[in-house]
Design a protein around this ligand. Structure first.
Ligand SMILES: O=P(O)(O)OC[C@H]1O[C@](O)(CO)[C@@H](O)[C@@H]1O
Length: 225
């Protein structure tokens, strides 16, 4: 089970990668544009923060297969083994995926809205598919059900492709995707923190400290009594 950070903000990546069991970072052109920095420098800095062994997902911009392949080869060459090139599941995208998978380049199919798109991308050879849960919910579809059907399809047909559920608005969507067997999720820093935070936990910790301090005084720790 993998947890990825869906941001290109360096401060947030540093902070959350330090705190939580993060397996990598996902970006897309909109996320990159928010930072308003040089694209390659930004990706390089992200890679430096997370380290070579964690995944970085970066998307191509072209919409023609040939150009997508060129962009993907450039990114794969530049960022090495744990770079996953995100390719949208448009017609030309599937063609690009077929070519790239034969070349051994790791690919995440993105902008996935149906189980059929996920199936075609998997057949073409992607490593991950990224269904857009909240964007589906927003058009009165059922994002969690789409994730669940993709997981089932891959299992029934013994496809190695994994699901990286994306586009979340709340932690319950993440929780439901995990229950359905999504092998990975990517979410923004705010939502990742909400997977941990609970006010009752905070309150409990405050109580432990104040009870302890009444007896042992302030600043004393279990290794310093
Ligand atoms: O609907 P949203 O919040 O823009 O999310 C779409 C998500 O899909 C991805 O492009 C898939 O990896 C994420 O990077 C992105 O956050």
């Amino acid at each position: 089970m993998l947890i990825l950070l869906d941001t290109a903000n360096l401060e947030e990546i540093k902070r959350l990668n330090d705190l939580y069991p993060i397996d990598g970072v996902t970006t897309n052109p909109s996320i990159i544009a928010k930072e308003d920095k040089d694209f390659l420098e930004l990706l390089t800095e992200i890679k430096n923060i997370i380290g070579q062994d964690k995944m970085l997902h970066a998307q191509v911009l072209s919409t023609g297969a040939e150009e997508m392949v060129e962009e993907a080869e450039f990114l794969a060459e530049k960022f090495g083994e744990n770079l996953y090139v995100k390719v949208p599941v448009i017609f030309e995208g599937i063609k690009a995926i077929k070519i790239l998978s034969k070349k051994g380049i790791k690919i995440t199919a993105t902008a996935v809205f149906t189980p059929q798109q996920a199936f075609m991308a998997a057949k073409a050879g992607v490593n991950f598919v990224a269904p857009y849960v909240n964007r589906l919910d927003n058009i009165s579809a059922d994002g969690i059900n789409v994730v669940s059907e993709i997981v089932k399809l891959f299992k029934v047909h013994q496809l190695d492709t994994k699901v990286i559920a994306a586009s979340f608005k709340n932690v319950n969507q993440i929780h439901q995707c995990l229950l359905q067997g999504s092998q990975a999720i990517t979410a923004n820093p705010e939502l990742i923190e909400k997977l941990v935070y609970h006010p009752m936990t905070e309150l409990g910790v405050e109580g432990f400290i104040s009870d302890w301090e009444k007896v042992y005084g302030q600043g004393k720790k279990v290794n310093n009594l």
